[in-house]
Design a binder for this molecule. Structure first.
Ligand SMILES: CC(C)(COP(=O)(O)OP(=O)(O)OC[C@H]1O[C@@H](n2cnc3c(N)ncnc32)[C@H](O)[C@@H]1OP(=O)(O)O)[C@@H](O)C(=O)NCCC(=O)NCCS
Length: 288
């Protein structure tokens, strides 16, 4: 029977969650890492959340009435970048299914006028790396997800970190634009609403960096590594299993490791379409 790609209905959520859980369990246990989808309940809950988000779009693959895998595309208007993930295929059905789902998601992105698509890949899984490369994604940054206690970091006290407020948004957006070429306004606003966004202010009162929550779902940008370190050191908690650090930011990575942080697992930032190399330190989220 031929493979069909269709949108996901509420009735499909449990099966898609089960496949996501099993697919990630197979990979993480093969490499000795904690799983990105640690339980069936977590996997189902995540799909329910994405289905309820008007800025997320999902599709599944099925053959002969049997669901084989699913993919999600996320938009963050007005950011020009769309993100993909998770993409998961039933371990017993691997082979061409991932490609069909990815091509459908890229067509969907184009239909919505998004020509920049990004994702965070698990590099220990060669299959997904090859699939993404063949679909046109370029490896831009090797990442490490860091876990530890921000309170134990040491930093000379010359930084003023406080909760971000709505009136800080435009200055934060300008910093993000100068580093990445675009702002991440929607994600910053959500983080402010959730009271997890923080900013660093210099002694003239200017904002020099922000974190839209320090964690799995949060990104950060900063004018210097010292500002990024101040944002980490003044975070009350890490949201989720950890936060992503670009491996080529030696200074930040060494400071974190010297402060007792541990690497949970590696990851890769991969991009499709236009990409500007960031001009200053940043932390990506699980989206991009
Ligand atoms: C990643 C995943 C979605 C791929 O699904 P899939 O149906 O097996 O994908 P496809 O077969 O379409 O594509 C895989 C490609 O990698 C190729 N490949 C696999 N291992 C390879 C290797 N070591 N060297 C070169 N090519 C390799 C396959 O031949 C195939 O290419 P082809 O179709 O041109 O022959 C699936 O394995 C999965 O769900 N994994 C667990 C969860 C996960 O890691 N998701 C991605 C998170 S970033």
């Amino acid at each position: 029977m031929s493979l069909t790609i269709r949108s996901i209905d509420q009735a499909d959520v449990e099966m898609c969650g089960k496949i996501g859980f099993q697919a990630h369990k197979a990979i993480s246990s093969a490499h000795g890492y904690p799983s990105e989808q640690p339980s069936f309940e977590f996997a189902v809950g995540m799909i329910k959340t994405m289905m309820a988000n008007p800025n997320s779009w999902g599709a599944l693959a099925e053959r002969d009435g049997q669901i084989l895998g699913s993919i999600f595309l996320h938009l963050f208007p007005p950011s020009p970048v769309a993100a993909i993930g998770p993409l998961t295929v039933d371990p017993s059905s691997e082979g061409k299914v991932g490609r069909a789902l990815m091509e459908t998601a890229l067509v969907e992105a184009r239909k919505r006028d998004y020509d920049q698509v990004r994702l965070v890949q698990s590099p220990s899984h060669l299959r997904s790396f090859v699939l993404y490369t063949k679909c046109g994604f370029t490896l831009r940054e090797s990442l490490f997800i860091m876990h530890g206690n921000p309170g134990l970091t040491t930093l000379e006290k010359k930084h003023d970190v406080r909760a971000a407020r709505p009136e800080d948004i435009s200055a934060c957006n300008e910093i993000c634009k100068s580093i990445h070429g675009f702002s991440r306004d929607m994600e910053l606003r959500q983080a402010i609403d959730q009271r997890v966004a923080i900013i660093n202010v210099d002694n003239t009162g200017s904002i020099t960096g922000y974190a839209a929550g320090l964690g799995f779902l949060g990104h950060a940008v900063a004018k210097t590594n010292d500002v990024l370190k101040a944002l980490v050191a003044n975070s009350s908690a890490i949201l989720g299993p950890g936060f992503f650090v670009p491996g080529r930011n030696f200074d930040l990575l060494k400071w974190l490791l010297d402060s007792g942080f541990r690497i949970l697992w590696p990851a890769n930032l991969m991009t499709f379409g236009n990409y500007q190399d960031p001009t200053a330190p940043f932390l990506p989220s699980i989206a991009y």
